[in-house]
Design a protein. Structure first.
Length: 168
């Protein structure tokens, strides 16, 4: 997961993050753990990065901007799902809708972006993604989640070479 690197993709993600850092709570995702020692912020960055990398390696034509936006926001639920709280019950099933609601509070999302966020937990949630962009994020999310669950100190290459902003 850490061996392949693309400066161009990191730059695209970084541009997006810089915009989001100014106007939104996006970087606060770094406070919430996702899997292992990987935070929701880094999980989302990694899913975006590897989705874009996969598209490039396989020469898949798609809406790259929607892929990036949807991947970055796919887990924008903004809470620690490990914390015992009634509102976190059924997190696996419910968080895509929470992420969509939070993301829609920031910007209007197109149908591809909405599908990426809403359907990324398929097959846990029953309705499958319909766009190639959402299918890609659904698959990459599974690989990233598995990697984060079994490894520590994840995504060293992206963290080491990417220009990532810190939250104020
Ligand atoms: Fe998720
Ligand atoms: Fe995810």
């Amino acid at each position: 997961m850490t061996a392949i690197f693309s400066d161009e993709i990191i730059q695209d993600i970084d541009t997006c993050l810089k915009e989001l850092a100014v106007t939104t709570a996006f970087l606060s995702m770094d406070r919430y753990m996702q899997h292992g020692d990987t935070t929701c912020l880094w999980h989302s960055i990694a899913v975006a990065y590897y989705s874009l990398l996969l598209v490039r390696m396989l020469r898949i034509t798609c809406d790259r901007d929607s892929l990036l936006t949807g991947a970055l926001f796919h887990d924008y639920f903004l809470y620690d799902w490990h914390a015992k709280d009634r509102s976190h019950r059924f997190h696996g099933f419910r968080h895509p809708k929470t992420a969509l609601k939070n993301a829609m509070g920031i910007k209007n999302l197109n149908p591809i972006e909405r599908d990426i966020i809403c359907r990324h937990m398929f097959p846990l949630t029953p309705i499958p993604p319909v766009f190639k962009e959402s299918i890609i994020v659904c698959l990459v999310d599974k690989f990233c989640s598995f990697y984060e669950t079994i490894c520590r100190n994840t995504y060293k290459t992206i963290k080491g070479r990417g220009v990532i902003i810190t939250e104020n």
